[in-house]
Design a protein around this ligand. Structure first.
Ligand code: ZN
Length: 264
């Protein structure tokens, strides 16, 4: 689809009213929506419709894709886009959704971009390939924000990281002169957090984040959106890098909604 056609197609799509049935699904299942202000809510619905319309959705392991699956996944994915003008999900074409935790889709994959390995997965993201989720976990995340645990935020973060062509924890930053500071801050906190776990301490960034730099970016993204008050309090310098990159301040959002508690 040409960019010109795509733009007009989107405009036409957004001119029709948001489906009532989808609105009910958001109200019932997507708790994050209640943290947003009115303009963000309306933006979220536009973004979710575009994601639902432009991506290919495929049920696996007996799961049937219905509107609820699409709305719950797409509206959580859309949270990451609220502060961007650019289409940072442009490389994602297909969502594969399993009913629950599943055995990984392929084995022995090395260089060609599979991020999560192991025999049982809740989600995966592939370079120029599908994003895979467990529906049960995507729904749990939607029902319970505030736990620094959201499989949709996590896997979509990997796809953003991959926009540079490498999965190395550094997504395409907004300005050239942001890279130096990003690298300094990310490296310092990654090492500091890894040292903390090695010496038996805990951190606001859960231990899976220090497996490697790609997981660090994904887990920091989850924490940034899903436990932002704690993140900002314990690692303000690291939080500030994510705030600049995503163009949002979720801590202010949670504080305004009176949700300062949560895990960590
Ligand atoms: Zn991951």
């Amino acid at each position: 689809m040409s960019i010109f056609f795509k733009k007009h197609h989107r405009q036409a799509l957004l001119q029709t009213p948001f489906p009532e049935e989808w609105e009910s699904i958001i109200q019932a299942d997507v708790a994050y929506d209640k943290l947003l202000d009115d303009s963000e809510r309306s933006h979220l619905r536009d973004l979710a419709r575009i994601i639902i319309d432009e991506k290919h959705w495929e049920g696996c392991g007996g799961l049937e894709i219905d509107d609820r699956v699409k709305v719950v996944v797409a509206s959580q994915a859309a949270v990451l886009l609220l502060g961007w003008e650019m289409d940072i999900f442009r490389n994602v074409r297909t969502f594969l959704i399993y009913p629950g935790a599943y055995h990984q889709t392929q084995e022995n994959v090395g260089r060609d971009g599979m991020v999560n390995s192991g025999t049982v997965n809740l989600g995966e993201a592939w370079y120029n390939g599908p994003v895979v989720f467990s529906w049960k976990d995507a729904l749990d995340s939607a029902h319970q924000p505030g736990r620094a645990n959201n499989v949709v935020f996590h896997e979509m973060a990997h796809t953003i990281d991959m926009l540079t062509g490498q999965t190395n924890g550094t997504p395409p930053l907004r300005e050239r002169d942001h890279y130096q500071q990003w690298n300094d801050v990310m490296t310092r906190h990654f090492q500091d957090i890894r040292r903390a776990y090695e010496t038996g301490h805990r951190d606001v960034i859960r231990d899976y984040g220090v497996v490697n730099v790609a997981e660090f970016f994904a887990v920091c993204t989850e924490t940034f959106f899903d436990a932002p008050v704690q993140f900002k309090k314990h690692r303000p310098e690291l939080y500030a890098e994510f705030e600049r990159f995503y163009g949002q301040d979720p801590a202010a959002r949670f504080e305004a909604a009176g949700r300062t508690s949560g895990h960590h």
